[in-house]
Ligand binder design. Structure first.
Ligand code: BGC
Length: 755
């Protein structure tokens, strides 16, 4: 929404700027900042990654941390963890902390949240993203963006669009149909911009249907600015611009790069020359500067409100508490046979904690999302601080993580935009600053192999002699990382074999998987209790311990389907993934559960799954058509319910149904449940998924308590995109409204008709 008050001032400032000054404002003048104009008191725009906290300080013109001690920050749960809470207010809280910390560190733009669709579990950056489902993303990104921007810092939603693989990320052409973009890959961005009011957005590295996203007229000028009315700032991904003319003519505003010969950026000297030579119009530059100035007014960096700009803070106790609260709700209890969990802290005398991830620190890895955390509580530390000194906690690494070679690279990001960089996960190790991808079997030196054997024996010995055994394994940022994709779902370092052996001696062993993406769990039928945690921030270990010992009742739900093998994933079997030149999204809208539930694929854990220590009974539901008048929330005669009138009242889609669901906590424990509403078209046609998530609410219930949860379904809940009409349509006919605890655990259904 345009704030008209700024517009005159934007024009006044613009009129005073020389061409050279304007060019200085639209490209990097430092690795993370643009140029300012001192004489008019226009400051540079300072940016920082994102999204799990504010990245450490870099030198202006060298990929080198300044190495000071004043840039330690709060390390927040990754976006996959936030999405797993299915709690909008926690998404807002994550945003608030991130925004305050960014402002506290003097930043203007925080380069997050990342909201690309998890099309394949192999994508190396999935941990930075939220979900496979565009509705869940939209619902979480809006409060997160609002939360960030409360601190007079711009959120920068990234990477627009269809950026769901790392392999050859700068050059891969992503072929996606119009309908698929509209139904799957665009909604999160559209919501962030239109509902969340995001002040900025980052273009993706990849090409989309033949055009580089950062300079795509179709995507930026057409969809983003034209259709969605975005008047904020668009920044390129670092090194995502390849052509001066395309950059100038596209709706991109700022070009950033990983190189520090700033005058050589495409929108620097080369652009100046072209404008001077009359090859490109200065008005193209003006449009970009307008967007930047508007952003600066919004952030109170310039103008009469300058003195009112929030100052933010970082590492506050309140931030640490917030981060813990989010982590607690992000943990997903995948399995809990025989109520193995929660463990009783009072009964413990000697417990074994086995696995490298029990003791590992993850904040400092992953690519541009790396964090210089003030502290990070590992699961082992969390368990020890919870149990105290009267319980003997014995730790064994269990498996060996081979050492890393020094590749001599100064910084992976400095090399990361070179053609072919990280194209093949096999050789990513050569290029990724020692982030070797290991498979746990090959390449072990004799010494490492004998250490692995020692670890294994020690783990088995401990497992036999302790009262309780907790295994904490999973992945790390050698796998979940920017710049390359995973090549299989297998747990590395021989963890599967170890888990099997441990389970053979201790069938009651609790398995905790700490990772940024799903892994195959071939032992899942033998394990009784499995707790999954994404990288959960600096208090992740506290939250895990509290959950294992019942101080916290788990309430996270999977925001992505957990498959058993990659042969089940439609991105790989129907479409293509991980290719260098071109990937085809031939699976179309059949992403994640949309596909698995349509073909009834047997997968270990479905979308929306997550257990609680409480039991919830879904008692009954009603789905009743509502008059538009009532749904518009106004009895006013002026709003009588036509689409146009609803739009005039500020509502986009015509509302249609009110769903009421009665849920009861049928247990002795207070707990939280995510009530999920899916809409399933009964009549074939339009090649639609079996069902789609259209509403959800997280509720808390005390023992025996019953609540009625109400949902409003608008026309959009029944809609799909029609390419012939270039618009969403709502096919008439029968639909089933399904209410349940996951996409695979539907408890109540009611058929309705859309006329
Ligand atoms: C990443 C972006 C990041 C930028 C700046 C790029 O490599 O793709 O997500 O914000 O670097 O560090």
């Amino acid at each position: 929404m345009k704030l008209e008050a700024y517009e005159t001032q934007v024009e006044e400032l613009l009129a005073q700027l020389t061409l050279e000054e304007k060019i200085g404002m639209i490209h990097g003048a430092g690795l993370f900042r643009t140029g300012g104009v001192d004489r008019l008191s226009i400051p540079p725009l300072h940016m920082s990654d994102g999204p799990m906290g504010v990245r450490a300080e870099f030198a202006d013109n060298e990929w080198k941390n300044t190495g000071t001690t004043d840039d330690f920050v709060s390390y927040l749960p990754c976006n996959s963890a936030v999405a797993s809470t299915w709690n909008r207010s926690l998404a807002a809280k994550e945003g608030e902390v991130l925004g305050e910390e960014a402002r506290g560190r003097g930043k203007d733009v925080i380069l997050g949240p990342g909201i690309n669709i998890k099309r394949s579990p192999f994508c190396g950056r999935n941990f930075e993203y939220m979900s496979e489902d565009p509705y869940l993303i939209s619902e979480m990104v809006v409060p997160m963006v609002e939360g960030i921007q409360k601190s007079d810092v711009a959120a920068c939603v990234k990477h627009f669009a269809a950026n769901s693989q790392e392999t050859e990320r700068l050059w891969v052409d992503t072929k996606v149909s119009e309908r698929t973009l509209q139904e799957i890959y665009f909604p999160g961005f559209k919501a962030a911009v239109k509902e969340g009011g995001a002040y900025s957005l980052m273009g993706a590295y990849n090409l989309l249907n033949g055009e580089h996203c950062c300079t795509s007229r179709k995507l930026l000028n057409g969809t983003l600015r034209g259709e969605w009315g975005f008047d904020g700032m668009v920044v390129s991904d670092w090194g995502g611009v390849h052509d001066t003319k395309l950059a100038a003519e596209s709706a991109l505003d700022i070009e950033m790069d990983v190189t520090y010969d700033f005058g050589k950026h495409h929108m620097a000297d080369a652009l100046l020359e072209k404008v001077r030579a009359g090859e490109l119009s200065e008005s193209l530059i003006d449009e970009k500067v307008r967007n930047i100035l508007r952003l600066m007014f919004r952030l109170k960096m310039i103008g009469e409100k300058r003195g009112e700009r929030k100052s933010g803070t970082y590492n506050s106790r309140a931030h640490q508490d917030a981060v813990l609260e989010i982590a607690r709700e992000s943990l997903i209890l995948l399995k809990n046979d025989d109520d193995v969990l929660p463990l009783d802290a009072k009964k413990q005398k000697k417990i074994a904690v086995i696995g490298q991830n029990a003791a590992a620190i993850h904040s400092n890895g992953g690519g541009s999302a790396e964090i210089k955390a003030l502290y990070e509580i590992s699961p082992l530390l969390g368990i020890k601080k919870l149990l105290g000194g009267n319980v003997e906690v014995c730790y064994a690494p269990g498996y060996e993580i081979p050492g890393k070679e020094d590749t001599g690279s100064v910084n992976w990001q400095a090399d990361s935009t070179k053609k072919d960089w990280g194209a093949d996960p096999e050789d990513a190790d050569l290029k990724n600053e020692g982030k070797t991808v290991f498979d746990g079997k090959s390449g072990q030196t004799g010494e490492a192999a004998s250490r692995a054997e020692e670890y294994r024996k020690e783990a088995l010995r401990l497992a036999k002699e302790c009262d309780t055994v907790i295994f904490v394994g999973g992945l790390n940022h050698d796998y979940d990382s920017e710049g390359y994709d995973r090549k299989d779902l297998t747990l590395p370092y021989g963890q599967d074999a170890l888990i099997e052996e441990l389970l053979a001696v201790r069938p009651d062993m609790v398995v905790v998987i700490y990772a940024g993406s799903p892994v195959a769990m071939p032992w899942k039928d033998r394990a009784k209790a499995i707790l999954f945690s994404y990288y959960a921030g600096m208090e992740g270990g506290t939250a895990i311990a509290e959950t294992l010992f019942g101080e916290v009742n788990p309430s996270g739900k999977l925001a992505e389907s957990f498959i058993g093998n990659i042969g089940q994933c439609p991105a790989h079997t129907i479409g293509t993934f991980g290719k260098k030149d071109c990937v085809e999204y031939k699976e179309g809208v059949m992403v994640g559960y949309r596909y698995y539930d349509t073909v009834n694929e047997d997968i270990p854990f479905g979308f929306g799954h997550g257990l609680s220590y409480s039991r919830f009974e879904y008692k009954y539901m009603t789905a009743v058509p509502v008059t538009a008048q009532a749904m518009c929330g106004q009895s006013d005669a002026a709003v009588s319910g036509t689409k146009k009138e609803c739009a005039a009242a500020g509502r986009e889609a015509l509302p249609m149904y009110e769903i009421s669901v009665t849920v009861k906590n049928d247990s002795e424990r207070t707990g939280k449940e995510v009530v999920q509403v899916y809409v399933a078209p009964k009549e074939p046609g339009h090649n639609r998924p079996y069902h789609e998530l259209r509403a959800f609410e997280k509720i808390e219930l005390e023992p025996g308590q019953e609540k009625v949860v109400k949902f409003l379904l608008t026309e959009q809940a029944f809609a799909c995109y029609d390419e012939a009409q270039h618009a969403f349509v709502t096919p008439k006919g029968a639909y089933e409204i399904q209410v349940g605890s996951s996409s695979r655990d539907i408890r109540l259904r009611q058929e309705i008709t859309v006329f």
